[in-house]
Design a protein around this ligand. Structure first.
Ligand code: FES
Length: 168
């Protein structure tokens, strides 16, 4: 599988990109003999998108996205005693992130958008946020963590491993 073919498959889902990146990281860490196969990618992809037809599916990434990054904070609050992100500081964190992105002149079309979201269904790992198009999930404790996610991930393009959720 050429890089071009691989990218064609991988562009459709962040899980595939994450898988590809993990394989490459394993290789660079000195694990010999591991290589990504076309069949691996196709199996994963067909599991995620059983109806996908590569010959008719339009190139989903061919258009320039409206925002370079879209950041969603779960703001869900529950009143039934179960934990929720709003009980773990999600609201002030989202407000802080929005202000800081604005201060850095990074907000707006072609740049970064910070939004509120309802429950993102990862309540047991909350508070959570997710960054698209990468599909990278983070948790956080305080504004220092938000700063690190902004400075490292959004500005420098480096994932903050220590805050990344443990499952993809
Ligand atoms: S309450 Fe935040 S992910 Fe469910």
């Amino acid at each position: 599988m050429s890089d071009k073919d691989e990218d064609y498959w991988l562009q459709y889902h962040s899980s595939l990109r994450n898988y590809r990146n993990k394989v490459r990281a394993d290789l660079s860490a000195g694990t010999p003999g591991i290589t990504i196969q076309a069949s691996d990618v196709k199996i994963i992809f067909s599991t995620l998108y059983p109806a996908f037809n590569p010959t008719t599916q339009p190139d989903l990434m061919s258009e320039t996205p409206f925002f370079q990054h879209h950041v969603f904070f779960c703001m869900n609050k529950r009143d039934d005693g179960r934990p929720s992100c709003a009980d773990c500081g999600a609201m002030p964190a989202q407000k802080y992130a929005k202000q800081r992105i604005k201060q850095l002149n990074l907000s707006g079309p072609g740049k970064i958008r910070v939004n509120q979201a309802g429950c993102l269904d990862r309540c047991d790992q909350g508070p959570v946020l997710v960054i698209y198009p990468e599909g990278t999930w983070y948790t956080f404790v305080d504004n220092h963590d938000i700063d690190e996610i902004i400075d490292s991930h959004l500005v420098q393009g480096k994932v903050v491993d220590r805050l990344k959720l443990t499952t993809p």
